[in-house]
Design a protein around this ligand. Structure first.
Ligand SMILES: [Ca+2]
Ligand SMILES: [Ca+2]
Length: 225
């Protein structure tokens, strides 16, 4: 009797253990976390909006809408918020630039050649200004645009992407969806909503590498012969 009970207990433990194993890759090792809870920021209605990317009640970015007669919608990070930057191109020399990214662009600690992290060196990053898409939002157009971001969780950088849809008059930014890697310092591909990111993916091989001459890659990797 005691043995049967133990056996059942063991069976129970076995099932629990198997369930735990299935959960482990998500909980312990981390994975891409996606969110499709869209929200709308529109000028004319005074709709400032905080953006808590990971839902930990610590705000990460902030969409600031002007309350004056001229219109703007700015993305703000840093300060008391946990946002730590957005991806821009090296060619974007103006402070406060954001660069629209193509699908599968790899967002991580290091970026593809020609890109860098826009630090919190400016208090605001303008997306729309007075019924035009602002020159700071490089490559953006009316409709859907993707950008890369990083933010802090517990003292570590996490990487992600967001899809925003822009429209004008009334100036509007709809944050359609976003995703981030729950493991610090792990890359995520723009548009990726499931699976695991790849640690060190950018340092090893940025997505654009396939079109780069191998000799260039060797040079970029610092190898010499
Ligand atoms: Ca947060
Ligand atoms: Ca405001």
């Amino acid at each position: 009797m005691q043995g049967k009970l133990n056996y059942k207990q063991k069976l129970g433990l076995g099932v629990s253990s198997i369930s735990a194993l299935y959960l482990l890759p998500t909980v312990v090792q981390g994975a891409v976390q996606s969110n499709t809870t869209s929200f709308t920021v529109t000028h004319g209605f005074g709709t400032d909006a905080e953006w808590d990317i990971d839902g930990d009640s610590n705000n990460d970015f902030f969409f600031d809408v002007s309350s004056s007669s001229y219109t703007y919608i700015d993305l703000i990070f840093g300060g008391t918020r946990n946002g730590r930057g957005v991806v821009r191109a090296n060619a974007d020399t103006r402070s406060g630039n954001i660069r629209v990214l193509a699908a599968n662009f790899s967002v991580g600690p290091t970026l593809a050649t020609g890109y860098n992290w826009a630090p919190g060196d400016r208090s605001y990053y303008t997306m729309i200004y007075n019924n035009i898409i602002d020159d700071h939002f490089k490559g953006a157009s009316i409709g859907a645009n993707y950008f890369g971001f990083r933010f802090d969780i517990g003292g570590n950088n996490h990487y992600g992407w967001a899809k925003v849809t822009l429209s004008l008059a009334p100036d509007t930014v709809v944050v359609n969806e976003w995703a981030y890697e729950s493991t610090p310092d792990v890359c995520i591909a723009v548009g990726q909503t499931t699976g695991n990111g790849v640690a060190g993916c950018n340092a090893a091989a940025p997505p654009i590498a396939a079109s780069v001459e191998s000799t260039t890659l060797l040079a970029l990797s610092g190898l010499s012969f």
